[in-house]
Design a binder for this molecule. Structure first.
Ligand SMILES: O=C(O)c1ccccc1NCC(=O)[C@H](O)[C@H](O)COP(=O)(O)O
Length: 260
C-alpha cells in the first residue's frame, strides 16, 4: 500500500460518519447562506512573487515539523508578512490538521484559504467551503480523470477555485484536460517522497499561459522562488521552511525579498 492509499484508507471512516451525521444535501443548503468565496486566483494573475503559505504541524515524510503549533499566531504573522493565500492542511491522522483549524483561521485572516487535504468526494469540497476555504487541492495521483473533472466542476459550482496537482507528465496532461485555473507542480513524489527539482522545472515550463502554474514543495529561500519563477511558476506553495522558522512571517519576508 502506498502512503496515498494509506491516507485515503484512514480518512474514509470519518468521512462516512460525517456524511451519515449531516448529508451533503444539508451542507449544500447551508452553503447557500454564505457570502461569496474569497477570490483565490486573483493575486496570481498579477506580476510578482506570490506565496501560498502552508500551515501544517506534521507530515508523513518529516514527522512533527512544528511541535508548539499556534496556528492562529502563524496565520496572522504570515498574512501580515505578505502571504497571498494560506494553505491549511486539514488531514488529521498524518498531518495533525483539522477542519476546526480551517474555520478558526478563516475568522482571523482576510486572505483566501486553500483546504489542503486528500479530496476524493464532493462532500469534502462542500465542507471546505463551509469552513471558510475558497479553494481545494485535487491531486491527480489520487483520482481517475473522470473524477478529477467531476470534483473540479463541483468545486467551481460552489464558487471555489481548484488547484490541481501533478508530479509527472501524464498527470499534468490529465489536469490540462480538466477545467482548472491553477496547476500545481509538486517537486515531491508523493509515492517515494523523493524531491525532483529538475523534473518539476521542466513541467512548470509546460503549463500553458492560460493556466496559472504553482510550484510546490521543497522551497526554502528567495533563490528557490526565483528559480521556480524562471521555470514558469506564477505562485509558490511553501510549507516546511515557514513552519520550521521561529517566526514564520520573518522567514516569509526573507524569502520574498532576498534578505533578512
Ligand atoms: O509532505 C509529505 O510528507 C506528504 C506526504 C504525502 C502526501 C503529501 C505530502 N505533502 C504535501 C506537500 O507536498 C507539501 O505539503 C506542500 O507541497 C508544501 O511542501 P513543503 O514546502 O516542502 O513543506
Amino acid at each position: 500500500m502506498t502512503i496515498l492509499d494509506q491516507i485515503v484508507h484512514d480518512l474514509l471512516p470519518d468521512l462516512t460518519a460525517s456524511k451519515e451525521r449531516l448529508p451533503l444535501s444539508e451542507l449544500e443548503i447551508m452553503v447557500q447562506d454564505m457570502p461569496p468565496a474569497r477570490d483565490f486566483a486573483a493575486a496570481f494573475r498579477t506580476p510578482g512573487l506570490h506565496v501560498i503559505a502552508e500551515l501544517k504541524k506534521a507530515s508523513p515524510s518529516k514527522g512533527v515539523i512544528r511541535p508548539r503549533f499556534n496556528y492562529l499566531e502563524c496565520a496572522r504573522d504570515l498574512a501580515a508578512a505578505g502571504a497571498a493565500a494560506l494553505s491549511v492542511v486539514t488531514e488529521e491522522k498524518h498531518f495533525q490538521g483539522s477542519l476546526q483549524m480551517l474555520s478558526e483561521v478563516a475568522e482571523c485572516v482576510e486572505i483566501p484559504l486553500l483546504r489542503k487535504d486528500f479530496i476524493i468526494d464532493p462532500y469534502q469540497i462542500c465542507e471546505a467551503r463551509l469552513h471558510g476555504a475558497s479553494a481545494v487541492l485535487l491531486i491527480a495521483a489520487l483520482l481517475p480523470t473522470g473524477e478529477l473533472a467531476r470534483l473540479s466542476d463541483y468545486a467551481q459550482s460552489l464558487g471555489m477555485t481548484v488547484l490541481g496537482e501533478a508530479h509527472n507528465e501524464d498527470e499534468l496532461m490529465t489536469l490540462l484536460g480538466c477545467d482548472m485555473p491553477l496547476i500545481g507542480i509538486n517537486a515531491r513524489d508523493l509515492h517515494t517522497f523523493g524531491i525532483h527539482i529538475g523534473n518539476a522545472s521542466k513541467l512548470l515550463g509546460e503549463v500553458p499561459a492560460d493556466r496559472i502554474a504553482i510550484a510546490e514543495s521543497a522551497m526554502n529561500s528567495h533563490d528557490d522562488l526565483m528559480h521556480a519563477m524562471r521555470a514558469g511558476a506564477r505562485g509558490f506553495l511553501v510549507g516546511e521552511a515557514l513552519m520550521r522558522a521561529e517566526y514564520p512571517g520573518d522567514k516569509l519576508k526573507e524569502m520574498l525579498c532576498g534578505h533578512a
